[in-house]
Design a binder for this molecule. Structure first.
Ligand code: GDP
Length: 296
């Protein structure tokens, strides 16, 4: 994951480690290199600048520079700040006091939304021992309903569908009734995606939101699309008040910019990451573990 970024950062740290005591210029050189590595990884430039400023502020103090473990301390500061950049603490999935907990999944077509719905259902079922209901409310993409039914069959989770001739709001309304009747404690609504953000899509999502009153609105974004993913998240968040993100395709050849920038730009936490096509390939997002992974 993010191999190029990791290699570049390790290169910058290696130079510090080789030096014994550090001068202010040593740290500044390293920071310049780290900044360049972040920009090459497609981190938003404002995010990269703020990040470097914070590290400089903490690292250029006399106390650190005079200490024998200066390099180690600078690396620790980078680790801490990277963890903070991605939100600091893990943000868990909601659990409504009065079930069912309703989670609406939104996203552009191809981001991995339908797959993420199934992955999340499997996670809730296996790891949290819940009883989720998947709801097929994407009535526009021809294969979406079938895809969700097939995935539901594979993972042993019920899928609620009314075909593609009933409005998404009605599907959501009836799904809620079904969930209460059937004793489901989570309802995961797979909404329609479009190729681009448009008004019709937003209206439809707002309508489903009114009917289903979700505890969570999770946006599914594709890490491979870099800063576009961040822009999409910002746009959706303005309209829908997202509660979190699922970032998919971190197993691909992605540079890391979206994962590092999106929290700082939007204020929205990443709650899960997708790391493959299979239903099992979903991991809760821990900022500290991700920072350690990136720093290698
Ligand atoms: P939707 O249009 O947003 O519902 O997208 P889909 O769920 O149909 O996913 C689009 C494609 O991305 C499919 O081929 C999925 O198998 C693939 N996909 C989804 N999540 C991941 C992931 O985390 N890693 C990889 N490698 N592929 C993924």
């Amino acid at each position: 994951m993010f191999d190029t970024l990791t290699t570049r950062l390790q290169g910058a740290f290696q130079k510090l480690r080789g030096k014994g005591r550090l001068s202010e210029d040593d740290v500044k050189d390293a920071l310049r290199e780290i900044r360049r590595a972040l920009l090459e990884a497609d981190v938003n430039h404002v995010v990269a600048k703020d990040f470097i400023d914070r590290i400089r502020e903490r690292a250029v103090g006399q106390e650190i520079l005079q200490s024998l473990s200066a390099a180690q301390q600078v690396i620790k500061i980078v680790n801490d700040e990277m963890t903070e950049l991605m939100g600091g603490e893990q943000v868990k999935i909601a659990h409504a006091a009065k079930p069912p907990t309703v989670i609406m999944l939104a996203g552009l077509q191809g981001a991995g939304k339908t797959t993420a719905a199934a992955k999340l259902a499997l996670h809730l079922k296996n790891t949290e021992h819940r009883h989720p209901l998947l709801v097929a409310a994407d009535i526009y993409r021809p294969a979406a309903i079938k895809q969700l039914q097939v995935l539901g069959g594979q993972i042993g989770v019920s899928v609620f569908s009314l075909g593609d001739q009933v409005s998404p709001q009605d599907i959501a309304r009836q799904a809620m009734d079904e969930a209460r009747r059937g004793g489901f404690d989570y309802v995961l609504i797979d909404t329609a995606g479009r190729l681009h953000i448009d008004e019709a899509l937003m209206h439809e999502l707002l309508d489903i939101q009114r009917v289903a009153e979700p505890d969570e609105i999770l946006l599914v974004v594709d890490a491979m699309t870099g800063q576009d993913a961040v822009n999409v998240a910002q746009h959706f968040h303005e309209q829908l008040s997202l509660t979190g993100l699922i970032m998919t395709k971190l197993d691909g050849d992605t540079r890391g910019g979206a994962a590092l920038s999106v929290r700082h730009v939007t204020g929205c936490p990443i709650k899960f990451v997708g790391t493959g096509e299979k239903p099992e390939a979903l991991e809760p997002f821990y900022p500290d573990r991700m920072a350690s992974r990136i720093l290698g």
